[in-house]
Design a protein around this ligand. Sequence first.
Ligand code: AP5
Length: 216
Amino acid sequence: MYIIFLGAPGAGKGTQAGELARELGLEHIATGDLFRQALERGTDLGLKAKSYMEKGVLVPSQITIGMVLERLSAPDCTKGAILDGFPRNLEQAEALDKALREQGKAIDNVVYIKVSEEELLKRLSGRWICRRCQAPCHATDSPPRVWGKCDKCGGELYQRPDDNEVSVKKRLEVYLAETAPLIDYYTQGSKLIEIAGEGGVAEVAKRIKAALPGER
Ligand code: AP5
């Protein structure tokens, strides 16, 4: 099973994709997390991605597509995966379709989380991320039990450098120009499920589960 999470920066893709992956026993593949982990380790991939991420623009597709297809070919992804933040433009979507088709596989569903711009800005300005497991929380809406420590694994919480006002504005522009056209692409392929993303985390999760086909 392959499920994609699509939505603007701060829509809650990571939050919901992580929960659903745990529930379905699938790997959660988040391209932003893969780049940030590579950067923490100081690898070539991380250093290449750094300047693009800081500016809030997309890392070139030649780098991103190869990284994701390699990750998807790992043994822990044989049952499928939950993709978060990939694909991000038409080129990536077509490359993913082609790679899956060559293995007799296909995307099952695309969960598009729709949130107003005002709510996106509020979520991103209060977001804290775990350095160890990447789980996000929010300073006021879902604060950690112990300040500075991740509720899930006890790792250190930090604020992403690209959650500043200038980068967020750019990320929203890039989303509208390059990623939003995928809404039409997946609607045409009858894969898209649109979810109202405002309301609490549990409420949105319930909507997603109710909208996905099959019993979950
Ligand atoms: P990436 O890490 O993917 O960032 P993004 O798409 O901008 O998405 P975010 O992680 O900001 O938001 P999210 O939707 O996951 O929200 P979250 O669940 O954290 O990408 C970063 C960069 O990497 C890109 O700019 C690009 O440079 C590069 N990159 C990544 N993928 C790429 C690709 N495919 N191609 C090229 N370049 C790529 O939630 C946000 C906050 O809201 C949290 O604090 C959370 O606790 C809170 N929250 C969540 N849900 C709710 C709710 N229902 N109610 C209240 N608060 C909520």
